[in-house]
Design a protein around this ligand. Structure first.
Ligand code: BES
Ligand code: ZN
Ligand code: ZN
Length: 502
């Protein structure tokens, strides 16, 4: 995929499709008229006959070999200008890409200035097209031996952004590059998550990390079974006891030369499949539990994108990788295990496994003396019930860090909403025969899970926990995502880290 910037003044050959944005109640812009004069009568006639008014998603098109820019030109309604927001420009860009796909166009040309208005600047529009071109073109079809007709569509290769404003290109280029590499990071996460659990084991994730370390300037450390035993990582080892696959704690480090400015630790839940263990899950929807490693996928993909973006920040990503299965010698409810930080936990429910592996990784992160630590996990079904797919559940121990993450959430469109962490919630995970229980009863499950995690966060470490159970997967296709993994977290973390590096 190429996202190309072309000044309006530059000579060019026709593209396969031209798209111009149009605001309801505003006239066609001078630039649009001048760009394709032979198309203007069609648009005006559609407006006069009220066949088109510019409501969001409405279109007028003309197919005519005489047109200059492309044999087919489309005007796309964007709704009323004052309502034009970041979410709208992303959706509009998605419509453009889908339109191009439905026409089997290899190249689409867009008059970028015509998408600017309301809250949306030229920079925003450029970034949105770059991001969405990648996200909307994504498919996970490697296991289809015979792609369906609809999937045979020729791939969109070029999105060309025509810019009227002279001298704007240099600034736009940066936005396009940034949005593109964040989107590609998101697709990397989707690919890892959509990969089924018979293929994507901890060892496969280690391979992905090795590839990354070979290609980019990141340092890889892998703690395998033996080392995990030596370190007494009781949580990771216990959860993986029921698997025939080996566990791993993958550690990826980027930007060691910026260490003096402080380290950010990212921790991601990496359960390659969650059967629930002996406290087994109902079979309905269990196939989706391959997405229980979405946190770890977000972390490895963020590190990959970071290395491309060359941000000035020291980041250590920790990914505990296990499978929660009943195949080998699974943990039982009632088992008491000793965690890496020495605390003991009674396993009340083997399906509350995420917190057990995260606990060890969070405690282990102490050696990096992080100035901030963020974990991402598909931790509780309760979080998905609470927020649906509209927000990430956010909890933490530090107001400033919470505010920073919240802000990155608003900017990136991956919203984070805070839940309280009152001490009273800790009572329900206090143990009877042990220090802690791994579940806290039926109520407030998202919060009690976070309170459990907090017991393993190194002292004085600002920490935020993000529950992505509701946002990491979509059952119905969206304009920017097919059914399956969303890759949530990458854009959020990249926004957070770029703000952090400033
Ligand atoms: N991976 C699940 C959480 C989950 C459930 C994510 C549904 C996405 C969709 C997690 O390991 C789990 O099973 N949590 C339990 C905790 C309970 C036993 C306290 C849950 O949410 O039911
Ligand atoms: Zn579980
Ligand atoms: Zn789980």
């Amino acid at each position: 995929m190429e996202i190309r910037l072309t000044p309006l003044s530059k000579k060019r050959t026709p593209a396969d499709l031209l798209v111009i944005g149009f605001f309801e109640g505003s006239p066609l812009t001078k630039e649009a008229e001048a760009l394709e004069p032979d198309f203007v009568p069609s648009v005006k006639s559609a407006l006069e006959r009220k066949r088109f008014s510019g409501k969001f998603g409405e279109t007028v098109s003309a197919y005519c070999p005489e047109l200059k820019e492309s044999a087919e030109a489309v005007v796309l309604g964007l709704g009323k200008k004052p309502n034009h927001k970041h979410a709208c420009i992303r959706k509009a860009a998605g419509t453009v890409v889908q339109l191009a796909q439905s026409r089997k166009a290899k190249s689409v040309r867009v008059l970028l200035d015509s998408f600017v208005g309301g809250d949306v600047t030229l920079q925003d529009a450029a970034a949105a097209f770059s991001e969405i071109a990648y996200l909307t073109s994504y498919a996970f079809d490697k296991y289809k031996t015979q792609p369906a007709d609809a999937e045979k569509k020729s791939k969109l290769e070029t999105v060309e952004l025509l810019v009227a404003k002279s001298g704007a290109e240099a600034g736009l280029k940066k936005n396009i590059e940034w949005a593109g590499l964040v989107a590609q990071g998101t697709l990397m996460a989707r690919d890892l998550i959509n990969e089924p659990a018979n293929i994507l084991t901890a060892a496969k994730m280690v391979e992905a990390a090795e590839k990354l370390a070979d290609k980019k300037s990141v340092k890889l450390t892998v703690l395998e079974q033996k080392e995990l035993e030596e370190l007494k990582m009781g949580g990771i080892l216990a959860v993986n006891q029921g698997s025939v696959h080996s566990p791993a704690l993958i550690i990826l480090e980027y930007g060691a030369k910026y260490k003096k400015d402080g380290t950010v630790c990212l921790v991601g839940k990496g359960v390659t499949f969650d059967t629930g263990g002996i406290s087994i899950k109902p079979s309905k929807d269990m196939e989706k539990m391959k997405y229980d490693m979405s946190g770890s996928a977000a972390v490895i993909s963020t590190i990959s994108a970071l290395a491309d973006a060359k941000l000035a920040v020291h980041v250590v990503g920790l990914m505990p990788m296990v499978e929660n299965n009943v195949a080998n010698n699974p943990i039982r409810p009632g088992d008491i295990i000793r965690m890496y930080n020495g605390k003991t936990v009674e396993v009340i429910n083997t399906d509350a496994e995420g917190r057990l592996i995260l606990a060890d990784a969070l405690a282990y992160a102490e050696r990096y003396h992080p100035k901030a630590m963020i974990d991402l996990a598909t931790l509780t079904g309760m979080c998905a019930y609470t927020f649906g797919d509209k927000a990430i559940g956010m909890m933490g121990n530090d107001e400033k860090l919470l505010a920073r993450v919240k802000k990155a959430g608003e900017t990136s469109g991956q919203r984070c909403w805070e839940l309280p962490m009152w001490d009273e919630y800790l009572d329900s995970v206090k143990g009877h025969h042990s220090d802690l229980n791994n579940t806290g009863g039926p109520y407030g499950g998202t919060i009690t899970a976070a309170k459990f995690l907090q017991e393993f966060v190194p002292a004085k470490t600002p920490w935020v926990h993000l529950d992505i159970a509701g946002t990491a997967w979509t059952d119905s296709p969206r304009f920017d995502c097919v059914k399956g993994a969303t890759g949530v977290g990458v854009k959020l973390l990249m926004q957070f880290l770029s703000d952090w590096a400033k």
